[in-house]
Design a protein around this ligand. Structure first.
Ligand SMILES: Cc1cc2nc3c(=O)[nH]c(=O)nc-3n(C[C@H](O)[C@H](O)[C@H](O)COP(=O)(O)O)c2cc1C
Length: 208
């Protein structure tokens, strides 16, 4: 079947896109609002984009009534934010923080999540998550009604338990978002598939 997104409502394309491109990581973002309130919300249109400079990106849509989501407003105003990664123990809080609270309410407080001051940005970070990244706004771009936020990571916070000489990858199990609206996956089921150079490929081909 072929589907032309121009020929169907955006909501149908959204469902198709978000059910096809899976699993997606979840950026759980703190930002500071106009009244200095701390905002927290999850975004799964999210990924790592560059290691030099260190850039991550996520896309923020609008509320159903057309208002821009608080995260986009705050980041455009303040130019700073913190991205946290979500492990399963934080699913209940992550889910509550996605509710459409009024801008002046702090989702972190509502969820009972303690925060700490950040070091490189004025936006507090969640104290108990395993990984957080302090970010400065690199640039933003309108994509129709959405705002693509690109952030430069100024400081990583990674729990000591995850780091030795190398990262303990097997102990790092952030959840993934599967089909919308509310399906997720674990990330423990892994397999190795070594990369090939062209020379490796030629050698393999000639020995076949
Ligand atoms: C797992 C998950 C992922 C989400 N991903 C996105 C996303 O990528 N973009 C978006 O605009 N909203 C996304 N949402 C919805 C927002 O989190 C929600 O609208 C939230 O209220 C926005 O908060 P804010 O107005 O404080 O920014 C997601 C919700 C959940 C539960």
């Amino acid at each position: 079947m072929q589907i032309d997104p121009q020929q169907q409502p955006a909501a149908t394309s959204y469902k198709l896109l978000t059910n096809l491109i899976v699993p997606r990581p979840i950026a759980w973002v703190t930002s500071v609002g106009p009244e200095n309130n701390l905002n927290l919300a999850p975004f799964s249109f999210f990924n790592a984009l560059s290691a030099e400079p260190v850039i991550l990106g996520f896309s923020v849509g609008r509320h159903e009534d057309g208002r821009p989501r608080d995260t986009a407003v705050n980041i455009r105003q303040r130019g700073e934010f913190v991205v946290h990664l979500v492990t399963e123990d934080f699913m209940p809080a992550m889910n509550i923080s996605a509710a459409d609270f009024p801008p002046e309410m702090s989702e972190a407080e509502i969820c009972g999540l303690p925060t700490l001051p950040s070091q490189r940005v004025a936006v507090p970070r969640l104290a108990d998550v395993l990984v957080s990244m302090e970010c400065r706004l690199h640039s933003h771009q309108a994509l129709g009604p959405n705002t693509l936020i690109l952030g430069e990571v100024l400081l990583f916070h990674v729990a000591d338990a995850l780091l030795g000489e190398r990262m303990h990858i097997k102990d790092w199990n952030p959840v993934g978002r599967m089909g919308s609206p509310a399906t997720y996956c674990h990330t423990q089921d892994r397999f190795e598939w070594p990369r090939l150079s062209y020379a490796d490929w030629l050698e393999q081909k000639n020995t076949d």
